[in-house]
Design a protein around this ligand. Structure first.
Ligand code: ZN
Length: 373
């Protein structure tokens, strides 16, 4: 459990997960959009195809012959019915997914139409339910907005429609007489299952592309994540080496980006800092800046050394002038104020300021001069 927690806290895992998830999201989204678009395009193509089939079939039906079919059961046995039925059957056979092809004329009631020729015989199940399409059988077309446009057509259903014969997608076209007047309409239906079967191809392709997208997201995510996190891993390893006392360890990261720059800085700074920390002077070990906590220094300042040298060699400093680059620090200034020197000449200010030293030297009557180069 602790191991799993550690994995999820690792920088590499976080970067990998974020990358994979974002790539995966983009892959899914684009796949979904393409899928929707393809599905839509295919559906519209199917509607166009239905319209074309309906229109072609409508043109092949002789309107005068159709009008001569008696609109009752007796119509079934007339030669005109048989001629048209045969023609419609051959069109149905030539256009594979077409399940029904039929002609209808208007009745005196608006929206209620009647079948003229429907060559597809009713199934036993349809007969049992009393669903027939013999000449003169009524059909309520007012339920379907696209169908209602058939006499001005050709239209096609905008979605799957449900009627007594099942769930279908239909195309319609007017049958016009020589005067151009729409005397009847022709409809072609394909079953919902066939629409789904056509869509199945797209769904399968969509799924295939989605799987490819997932594989692509995971591998690309891992490759990019490795490229990002490998240098960080090397830096972490570098700190471990140095912490373990391997001060000669250098981190090897190519590239001039921020991480490359960090590696150069790391190599330049970290081993020396670590060396000072382990083996440096008291000041280095305790990170005491130069000029601060002077008592921690191993050496004396030059002023002290000179006073001590003069004492040993019995040189009388009475009336002497000290020429020094930097104004004495407070400790040296105090020592100088206790001697018999005349004063000091300096050129640069002390980086902690001259205030204390200046006061001490002045009080003891030393002359202070500054030389500016
Ligand atoms: Zn000093």
């Amino acid at each position: 459990m602790k191991g799993i927690k550690a994995i999820f806290h690792s920088f590499r895992t976080k970067v990998t997960l974020v990358l994979i998830l974002s790539l995966f999201f983009v892959a899914c989204l684009s796949n979904f959009l393409v899928y929707r678009y393809a599905l839509n395009a295919q559906f519209n193509q199917l509607r166009e195809k239905l319209k074309v089939i309906a229109q072609t079939a409508a043109l092949s039906v002789d309107p005068d012959l159709l009008m001569k079919v008696p609109l009752d059961m007796g119509g079934l046995d007339t030669p005109q019915y048989k001629i048209i039925a045969e023609k419609l059957m051959s069109i149905k056979k030539a256009n594979h997914p077409i399940k029904y092809i039929y002609t209808m004329a208007k009745t005196d009631t608006e929206g209620i139409w009647q079948f003229v020729v429907d060559p597809v015989p009713p199934t036993k199940e349809e007969l049992r339910r009393g669903v027939t399409s013999y000449p003169g059988d009524k059909y309520d077309a007012s339920r379907f907005s696209e169908m209602m446009k058939a006499f001005n057509g050709p239209p096609a259903d905008k979605e799957l429609e449900i009627d007594e014969w099942g769930v279908t997608l239909s195309g319609y076209a007017p049958i016009r007489n020589k005067g151009g007047e729409a005397v009847a309409m022709l409809g072609v239906d394909i079953m919902a299952e066939d629409v789904y079967a056509i869509h199945k191809g797209i769904r399968q392709r969509g799924l295939f592309v989605l799987i490819l997208g997932i594989i692509f997201s995971v591998s690309l995510g891992m490759i990019i994540s490795n490229r990002i996190t490998n240098p960080v891993k090397k830096l972490v390893e570098g700190t471990r080496h140095i912490a373990n006392g391997d001060l000669k360890h250098q981190v090897d990261i190519a590239g001039s980006d921020e991480i490359g720059e960090l590696a150069v800085a790391f190599n330049r700074v970290v081993p020396y800092q670590a060396y000072q920390m382990h083996f440096g002077s008291i000041r280095e070990k305790n990170h005491i800046p130069a000029q601060e906590m002077l008592e921690t220094q191993l050496t004396n300042h030059a002023e002290v050394e000179i006073l001590e040298l003069a004492r040993r060699q019995r040189i009388n400093l009475k009336g002497a002038t000290f020429y020094i680059n930097i104004f004495p620090c407070p400790i040296c200034a105090k020592m100088l104020s206790r001697t018999e020197i005349n004063g000091i000449t300096y050129s640069q200010d002390h980086n902690l300021g001259n205030d204390i030293g200046y006061k001490v030297l002045k009080i003891s009557g030393k002359k202070i001069k500054r030389v500016v180069f």
